[in-house]
Design a protein around this ligand. Sequence first.
Ligand code: FES
Ligand code: FES
Length: 932
Amino acid sequence: MATRRVSRRQFLEGTGTALTVAAVAPALRAQPSPSAPGTRTSITLTVNGSKRTLEVEDRWTLVEALRDHIGLTGTKIGCDRGECGACTVLLDGKPVYSCSQLAIWADGRAVQTVEGLLNDPLQREFVAHDAPQCGYCTSGQLMSAKALLNTTPHPTADQARAAMTGNICRCSGYNHYVDAVVAAGNNAGGPRAFQASGSGSAESLAVQTSTIGALTTIGHATHRIDAVERTTGKATYSGDVMLPGMLYARVLRSPHPHARIVRIDASKALALPGVKAVVSNENCKVVWGAGSISGGAQYNEEIKKITKHRRYAFNNPVRFVGEPVAAVAAVDRHTAEEALQLIAVDYEPLPFVLDPEEALKPGAPQIWPEGNLSPNARNENVPIGAKRGNVDDGFAASDRVFEDRYSTSFVHNAQMEPRVCVAAWDADKLTVYTPTGGVANCRTDMARDLGIPPEKVRVVCRYMGGNFGNKNQNQDADLIAAVLAKNAGAPVKLELSRKEDFIGVHGRWPTAQYYKVGVKSDGTLQAIQLRGYSGMGPYRKNTGNIAGVELYQCPHIETSISPVYTNRTVSANFRGPEFPQGFFGIQSMMDDVAAKLNMDPVEFILKNMTRKAGDQTPYTSYSLDECIRRGAEAFEWKKRWRSRPGSDSGPIKRGAGVSFMAFRAGLGRSSAVIRVDAKGRYAVHVGVTDVGGGAKTTMGLIAAEELGVPLSQLDVVWGDTDRCPYSVGESGSRTTIMTGYAVVEAARDLKKQIAEKGLPTGDNVLIASANPNPTVQGKVRSTFGAHFVEVEVDAELGRVRVTKYLAVHDCGRIMNPLTARSQIKGGATMGIGMALHEDLVYDRRSGSPLSAGYYGARVATHRDAPEIEVIFIESDDGLGPFGAKSMGESSKVPSPAAVANAVFNAIGVRMKDLPITREKIVAALAGREVRA
Ligand code: FES
Ligand code: FES
């Protein structure tokens, strides 16, 4: 019984980090012990100025009491273990992690949450500075900043950073949060109007170079239309949904990297009072279609028929630590957690393999009967490849030939909102409240997997706390919640913990990249050969490709990339799926070639970079040379770059690095519906959910521009398959281009109708819809950019500090400079994290992940985020909505390469394995090797 009584306390103490313990320990000593199990204690606390009396269980945390029992859902849970700060509230005026406080400890004390800050100047500055992107971390940032301002009314940027350093923002809006706090202290510009939309002030926006004509609404800094909701705690995320009679679900996960399940006995769990349903492989045979897709192709009925590596909601054998084994629905989350401990599972452990290169060796453990090389969409076990010319001829024609190996690690999307799903059946219609970047895709997936018509599924996502690629399709959590809800006859909320999200969803695939490059002595490329290996985990959820070779003009190219099954967490989409890791490899390799030829890397890039796609097809517009030349000038490249790498005397060494990118910006199908009523009010229906990039606002701006009305005259309707048409999912940086194009088409149609019929009268409305599927003929549409980084490396401690960062981007026409710069800064900061910190480390003896979570995986914090400068070079190729191109992913893809090249320039030793940790730098400078 004791185990049951303190299950969540045990969780906090057992799985929390040193940070948690440090935060909680003084309070533990000061507080009374929990009372007997099953009893409730009456506590009285003052919440946002009002006295509240609650009957609480000893095991309830403060955040649980606030959210579930008082209804203050503005306080969020990002980790539930003291690592992220999303749950920060003020307790007697001091900031605390409310997930690390028991509710009984708040007895007699004053709690302030984001809801108690209404119309605070700090919130207004957050809106004005576009600090919230997805908004999931915003309440926590606000409360930490509020505590600072209470004691330090005019903080410096460093003080703001220090106060919020325990508040992670995975969208990486760190610069803007700090700016907003400093501005609140300075009350810069006087009092601001607290409004959601309209033109922003002429604050220090990113530098913008434009030779294209100005528009009326587009291109002006505009606050997000939902900024107030995201800043006041009013935005409703999937985890905030509460339904009458709702049950809570938890998942039992495999402790083994590879094992056959011999027996599952759930009888004791089912006998526990409050348990309503238990599902496992024995009574649930639902196939999770999007969880394993042959060849990384889009999962569809055809693939479903031929795939040999089908993935179920519950699989036997289990193939990685964290794979679902069973799930429970019970009257509350504590009972569900207790029930998991009562499920007896007999496993027969099987041999496992973690490393993709090891997995292809003869005698390696076989994860699937057909072998560990993942098959393509035709079920052929062959690598992915590209070929142009003949590399043997190219190497023969070269003056110098270089070979090297680069590698990258598994990094997790780590979006702030962990996976959560609420599933409810009304007769035969299923409603799923889930964080998804594509409500329409998710509906299709759910219907296919459950074998019901799409019209019998409604998917709702009002707000979501980040995506970065792991919320595009349905997830197994959605299916498990739906099946439990069906079996239990009640709505079910399934919440994943931060650790489960890390190991149970997916992250970026780790790679090993072997390059061979031939050049003339003047640096002209002759041949590039790449042999690569990608670790996909035991299911193929994406391509596993390694991009980057296509960035170069070169007559002879050959790539062969093996997507390999391993017994690790699954790999799939993450902000530019195959790009950041590939760009790191090839652009480190080329930077090294330039160094060995004694060439300035900027000159080498300008000589060899792509000017036509695949060296053959012209781009619709081209600005890569301008990005590099303008960037080099603004960055003062010649001054910062060391012609002799590592030549600074003393232990503190500086150096500069550069990288560049070209990234897809193609057109494609999406749809939109626009309605106007007799009062001239417009409603723009789009199936977007706004993962944090500002899609709702962008769709509004596009509609307003085309309709010729102010943004305030229209409403955007989003995130609900029963109210919105199909729109392309918010992945692949497609929303602005594709759904925006549909909005333009629908607006044109509506304008035509109004011109012909006049505005409607009475209760009538006019409706226009568009479902265009434009294509680019004979050309390739791409976005371009270049990143310049200066670092300072402490050669004794291995510490790297980014001292200057400049990102230059051509993303076509900039729709909204305010949100555009947030996107670029966020991606660049995330790339710095990938370059220097992030890794999911495994225990090679047990096959268990060791660092699943924000703290262990070393996700970037306020302290790690430098000031990012942004230059936009605008262009309009006449395609897309008003010339807009892609943006969301493009800022991350060149970042790790630029940072790594800067580290080389500073220390004179090439770091070939990401992340470039302190330990690796110290070892490299000492001439030792650190095992990847
Ligand atoms: S620190 Fe409490 S939810 Fe992350
Ligand atoms: S705005 Fe901070 S996590 Fe999204």
